[in-house]
Design a binder for this molecule. Structure first.
Ligand code: M1P
Length: 252
């Protein structure tokens, strides 16, 4: 695309930044992203796996953006082509993986919370996603658990236990959404995707969970990025319009 500034990329988190959490992107946001891509290189980086990002951003997502980083970039696509994957199984090995999964499932079995559903551990390429209530929930049940968790700290208490028990496994525990947390080796947070962006000297990252402990914190704080905190998809569009599009049209 001829008019694009070389070396500049706009990189967006998904949940809470391009879409409402785990919701489908709006047509307005899609149109905005199409326009933006005319003037800058556009990438997306989500904690979710590619299946979920595809549900949210559309089935042609890997072709629609220059870079699509799912699982923090542990699965990486450039212009529709797979350019890299990381494997948690190779990192930990079968024995440690089994030990972690067995302990986690026992912990969940002993957990007394109002309801439980299915899929307590989702096994992904570069991470595990652990949900104490189970991933098979309606939106209403999700919202209820999120509220319940804010009062009872189910996830943060569980993470404290796992962090202590498996300190020697060098794992990071990250709460990025409503009902679960992600588990991956230290350094496999969203900064992981930056290794694919060596050619860019100006990387603008937009995310909503940029506070310490949020899953956008490390990439937001990285020396390699200019970080932008957003409060909603509308805010993302407003801030990036000011930064990238207003200049083009000679506006503010
Ligand atoms: O993108 C943020 C998070 O989205 C989902 O979280 P939850 O299902 O808890 O709302 C998960 O896909 C999680 O891995 C991801 O980090």
């Amino acid at each position: 695309m001829a008019g694009r500034k070389a070396g500049l990329i706009a990189l967006f988190d998904v949940d809470g930044t391009l879409t409402a959490p785990r919701k489908v992107v709006t047509p307005k946001m899609l149109e905005f992203l199409r326009n933006l891509r005319e003037v800058v290189t556009v990438g997306v980086v989500g904690g979710s796996d590619l299946v979920k990002i595809t549900e949210q951003l559309g089935k042609t997502v890997i072709d629609d953006y220059d870079y699509v980083f799912s699982e923090n970039g542990l699965v990486a696509h450039k212009n529709g082509k797979l350019i890299g994957t990381q494997s948690l199984k190779s990192f930990l090995g079968e024995e440690k993986l089994k030990e972690f999964i067995n302990f986690t499932l026992h912990y969940i079995a002993d957990l007394d919370i109002p309801i439980k559903r299915g899929t307590f551990i989702e096994f992904r390429s570069g991470m595990l996603n652990v949900s104490p209530i189970g991933r098979n929930l309606s939106q209403e049940e999700r919202d209820e658990f999120e509220k319940y968790d804010k009062v009872h700290n189910i996830r943060s208490k569980m993470i404290s236990v796992l962090r202590e028990k498996f300190a020697h496994f060098n794992l990071t525990f990250s709460i990025g959404g409503q009902i679960s947390f992600d588990v991956f080796p230290h350094g496999w947070d969203k900064t992981y995707c930056l290794r694919y962006l060596e050619e860019f000297h100006e990387i603008h990252f937009f995310g909503d969970k940029t506070y310490n402990g949020g899953n956008d914190y490390e990439i937001y704080e990285s020396e390699r990025t200019v970080g932008h905190t957003v409060t909603s998809p509308e805010d993302t569009a407003n801030q990036s319009t000011t930064l990238f599009l207003a200049k083009q049209t000679g506006g503010a």
